[in-house]
Design a protein around this ligand. Structure first.
Ligand SMILES: Nc1nc2c(ncn2[C@@H]2O[C@H](COP(=O)(O)OP(=O)(O)OP(=O)(O)O)[C@@H](O)[C@H]2O)c(=O)[nH]1
Ligand SMILES: [Mg+2]
Length: 254
């Protein structure tokens, strides 16, 4: 008597877990995270995308949140929607929630933790001028995003936005991409050696190995889609920012 009851219970529990996993995967949010080291240009990018405004920025001490809309495949900033009244029909059309996460390391991890749910895509903003001196730190950040169990499980797409392309000394997306692959390759070795020395079960549930074991790391090996684009949030000549590639990428993940 007890065996059929146990069998039925097991089937019900397994089905419930499977349904939860399937539906959770489908429940994608509308949040786009802007992450990166300090001074990469996240707040200026946020402001341009959210309200089309060029602002003077300072080191961020808290996150900025704002909405954008994609209508008919065209992206419009929230301020132009006339959506200032909460609950207005215009506001309901706004589908993208941008979160500008401060670059300061401790603030970044706290704020990321608070905003992890419902993430549709991650934009890693990189200062392409200072990249040669910051490449390892940028690689650590990209690594942490790709190895994060939540982002990895939901295969959250990630784009490396190589910003400040208006400057002549800016590195190209190709150069930045291959340097990041090399740095991440080296990081994998040091990180897995470090993991072996501590409680594996605990760490393993938080972070996942990225790429293919036994092969040099390439972005194409991870299950999240990873791309690199070039952009600039302002130009020395006073021309408009060049954020078309960023907007196209955002449209692509919705
Ligand atoms: N030339 C140029 N300067 C830029 C560009 N984007 C941002 N900046 C400048 O870079 C500096 C840092 O920009 P922020 O947007 O404050 O940087 P952030 O990533 O928010 O930095 P934290 O808040 O410290 O994390 C500012 O002086 C911006 O004006 C760009 O595309 N080109
Ligand atoms: Mg900022």
């Amino acid at each position: 008597m007890i065996i059929p009851i146990l069998a039925t219970l097991t089937v019900i529990i397994v089905t419930a877990i499977l349904l939860k996993v399937v539906f959770a995967r489908r429940l994608k949010g509308r949040r786009i995270l802007l992450v990166g080291l300090s001074d990469a240009g996240k707040t200026l990018m946020f402001s341009q995308l959210h309200s089309g405004m060029k602002i003077m920025t300072q080191t961020s001490m808290k996150e900025n949140k704002g909405l954008m809309s994609i209508e008919d495949g065209k992206m419009s900033d929230y301020s132009q929607l006339g959506a200032h009244q909460p609950g207005s029909p215009r506001e309901k059309q706004a589908v993208v929630e941008l979160v500008d996460v401060p670059g300061h390391e401790r603030l970044r991890s706290q704020i990321l933790e608070k905003n992890k749910q419902g993430v549709r895509g991650i934009i890693v903003v990189v200062d392409s001028v200072n990249f040669p001196t910051e490449s390892r730190d940028v690689a650590e950040l990209v690594y942490d995003m790709l190895a994060d169990s939540t982002f990895c499980c939901y295969r959250v797409p990630l784009v490396v936005a190589c910003n400040k392309q208006d400057m002549v000394t800016a590195k190209s997306a190709n150069v930045i991409g291959s340097q990041l692959e090399k740095e991440i390759n080296a990081l994998r070795v040091t990180r897995s050696a470090a993991l072996e020395g501590i409680d594996n079960t605990n760490v393993g549930s938080k972070n996942t190995f990225i790429g293919k074991e036994g092969k040099d790391f390439e972005f194409s090996q991870v299950s999240n889609s990873v791309s690199l684009i070039e952009c600039s949030c302002k130009r020395n000549t006073g021309d408009e920012a060049d954020l078309e590639a960023v907007k196209d990428w955002i449209k692509g993940v919705f």
